[in-house]
Design a protein around this ligand. Structure first.
Ligand code: AOF
Ligand code: ZN
Length: 364
């Protein structure tokens, strides 16, 4: 049984926030619970960028009962005028007596000034309750708000010997239905889904979200240096927006043809291969805060080597494909094992007969 205390209410606020995963874009997930004399009088979550912040929903629900109440907020209330007015001013105006904050806002426009402003008005503010949970929930936002690049998660299904297809390139399916359903949930929770042109040419994937309930489709991003994307590829079917990252060397006629089919073509660098750092920055400029990379080995390897992979999720199937089969990370690799890219394993979860290992590379 959960004991009724500050942590109970903060956990409720965190759960409200987490429900909106995949909906807030480059904004954080935030939840707020307002409690007055032992009774929950307001609860809210930030659901969409440009719309009301969590505090606004919860305070509106509380109405006159916000006066003298305690507000539990999973992120420091904002102090700046963004797309919406500052939440601090609302909490002050409505007479909230105490604010419990899980963690400060890494947005340089806020960064502690919200807490300061509340305290300056005589409001009792406590910071840090379930802070780690709140920061973990917003790992993408926390990184995006300082780098301007989407948080990149490399996800791939692999055999136990680390292969993403057979030696002939056959890959349907490596993992079972439970793991594949989890992947569609991951798609729903990301702003973009990114693949290399090799994956499109080999598999002609649609790259949409398909679940037992309606889900959100991420923007489809194809890394295609020389614009080899065929006009009849399923990623151009209009089910979701499509962005093609190419180089300046790519044939302008091909770019025009793809644009005519509704895709946005972004030239990234003058080299033979797409400048991934520039490409990710361009995605960030377009409001993409998180990207799920679904292959193949060449793109995975390039992102990891460039220090642009923030998280790795490997869904392991109990199969062996052998040494002619393509590997999950196509890169040269070091001479000495001590120089191999070391990861920190954050969790191992079972999906049917498969196991997902979640790991973080060193910060690039
Ligand atoms: C809060 N509560 O629920 C959220 C906050 O453009 P805006 O007005 O939506 O502002 C976005 C910024 O506000 C975002 O980068 C982050 O710093 C903060 N988000 N703050 O107090 C909320 N979503
Ligand atoms: Zn706010």
């Amino acid at each position: 049984m959960e004991v009724l205390n500050d942590e109970f209410y903060m956990r409720l606020a965190l759960n409200a926030a987490a429900g909106a995963a995949g909906q807030t874009g480059v904004n954080p997930m935030v939840g707020c619970v307002v409690v007055r004399d032992g009774r929950i009088v307001g609860i809210g979550a930030h659901l969409r960028r440009g719309e009301a912040h969590a505090e606004v929903h919860a305070i509106r629900m509380a109405g006159a009962e916000a006066r003298g109440a305690t507000a539990y907020v999973t992120l420091e209330p904002c102090s700046h005028h963004g797309r919406t007015p500052p939440c601090c001013d609302l909490l002050i105006a409505e007479g909230v007596a105490r604010v419990v904050v899980a963690t400060t806002d890494p947005n340089p426009l806020v960064a502690g000034s919200g807490v300061e402003r509340l305290r300056a008005q005589g409001i009792e503010v406590e910071v840090g309750l379930l802070g780690q949970e709140s920061r973990a929930l917003n790992e993408a936002f926390n990184r995006f708000i300082v780098t301007g690049r989407p948080f990149v998660t490399i996800k791939t299904a692999v055999t136990l010997d680390g292969r993403i297809a057979t030696r002939t390139g056959h890959s349907k399916w490596i993992t079972g239905p439970e793991a594949r359903e989890a992947v569609h949930t991951l798609r729903h929770r990301h702003d973009a889904i990114m693949v290399g042109i090799g994956t499109v040419l080999a598999d002609d994937p649609e790259l949409t979200t398909r679940l037992s309930v309606p889900g959100l489709h991420p923007v489809r991003v194809i890394v295609d240096s020389a614009l080899r994307l065929p006009p009849d590829a399923r990623v151009l079917n209009g089910a979701a927006p499509t962005i093609v990252l190419a180089t300046r060397r790519a044939d302008p006629a091909k770019a025009a043809a793809l644009r005519a089919l509704g895709a946005e073509v972004i030239p990234c660098g003058d080299g033979a291969r797409v400048d991934l750092r520039a490409g990710l920055a361009a995605l960030g400029d377009r409001g993409i805060g998180s990207a799920l990379v679904e292959g193949g080995g060449v793109l995975n390897g390039a992102l990891l080597e460039a220090g642009l992979a923030d998280k790795i999720m490997l869904f392991y199937a109990a199969k062996i494909a052998g040494d002619e089969a393509p590997s999950a990370f196509s890169l040269r690799g070091p001479e000495a094992m001590g120089d191999a890219i070391g990861l920190r394993i954050a969790g191992i979860e079972r999906y049917g007969d498969d196991w997902c290992v979640t790991a973080y590379p060193p910060e690039g």
